[in-house]
Design a protein around this ligand. Structure first.
Ligand code: A3P
Length: 328
């Protein structure tokens, strides 16, 4: 498939966008949501695929095994606003989903969400990730995804991120806008990537109680085991290796996960023998012993970039109730 040149960012009603996400605007805005639709909303790279897969397994994990081995998660959970011919648009795919409830993904800032979702009182799951790791993940994604604008070098990329000049606009406006919405719209579950890393079982329980689901302990365990980073990285239905516009040699979609540094290795085999020493070693190496990865930003930000970022962050993130963790 011959690819067009990478798209350019432009201002779209105050939000940086590319034509891939605005070309089908009228159809997206007129999308007819149904009351049992579930919208999964995120700023790009906040854990959309992870939560999409969790929800898909919770609802449809017991359906035919073929579904799990033959339909990629991005087809099971269509991306509402995407329009990249000759592929069918996300709105068309969502319209034709044969299953109920329909799980639909969006990266739209809250003010752009089609009004039928609010009118129908659809359940919405919003996932947010700390700004620093989110920026790093987005940078690598833009390197490998040929239908994203050229990212340039890390330093200018980070500057653009702080200025809101990334596809789907400002991270700061996105997470704040959705947080405000949650105050008036009770069918919105706002969750954090870091919490999911720290305690996936608890977060799956919270999701189930929001969605009104009560899976058996065995079903829950099956879901939890299927959605670990390593399982999803190996699984062709969740690792995006079938998507031709993504070059996984540049950077894999499932990029980080279980930390591979030596300190973590030592941690796992020697904890009982010399825990205090190992913990000091881990701190020294600035590695996280958690099973997922929070804090990869430390491998990318210089001290000066971090200081500038923190200064700017304070000005933009004034709501004391909305707190992110950049390490766990
Ligand atoms: P990294 O680039 O930091 O590795 P999205 O689905 O919104 O595009 O988000 C992708 C990010 O979520 C990637 O982050 C990816 O590795 C991470 N991710 C996906 N599944 C995950 C899982 N099961 N556990 C931990 N992180 C996961």
């Amino acid at each position: 498939m011959e690819l067009p040149p990478r798209p350019q960012l432009f201002d779209f009603n105050g939000v940086s966008m590319t034509n891939i996400f605005t070309d089908n605007w009228d159809n997206v805005q007129n999308f007819k949501a149904r009351p049992d639709d579930i919208l999964i909303a995120t700023y790009p790279k906040a854990g959309t695929t992870w939560v999409s897969y969790i929800l898909d397994l919770l609802y449809f994990g017991n359906m035919s095994p073929d579904r799990q081995t033959s339909i990629p998660v991005h087809d099971r959970v269509p991306f509402l606003e995407i329009c990249a011919p000759p592929l069918p648009s996300g709105a068309d795919l969502a319209d034709k989903l044969p299953t109920t409830p329909r799980l639909i993904k969006t990266h739209l800032p809250v003010q752009f969400v089609p009004k039928s979702f609010w009118e129908q009182r659809c359940k919405v799951v919003y996932v947010a990730r700390n700004a620093k790791d989110n920026a790093v993940s987005y940078f690598h994604f833009d390197r490998m995804n040929l239908i994203q604008p050229e990212p340039g070098d890390w330093s200018s990329y980070l500057q653009g991120f702080m200025e809101g000049k990334r596809v789907f606009g400002s991270w700061y406006d996105h997470v704040n806008g959705w947080w405000e919405k949650k105050q008036s719209y009770s069918n919105l579950h706002y969750m954090f990537y870091e919490d999911l890393i720290e305690d996936s079982e608890q977060e799956i329980d919270r999701l189930c109680s929001f969605l009104g689901l009560s899976p058996s302990p065995e079903e829950k365990e099956r879901v939890r085991a299927s959605v670990t980073f390593d399982s999803m990285k190996q699984n062709k239905m969740t690792n995006y290796t079938s998507v031709p516009v993504m070059n996984h040699k540049v950077s894999p979609f499932m990029r980080k996960g279980t930390t591979s540094c030596w300190a973590t290795f030592f941690f796992s085999i020697s904890i009982s023998v010399c825990a205090p020493f190992i913990i000091r070693l881990i701190k020294y190496c600035e590695c996280s012993p958690s099973p997922g990865k929070v804090g990869d930003w430390k491998n990318h930000f210089t001290v000066a970039q971090n200081e500038q970022f923190d200064e700017d962050y304070k000005k933009k993130m004034k709501n004391p109730d909305l707190k992110f963790r950049c390490e766990i």
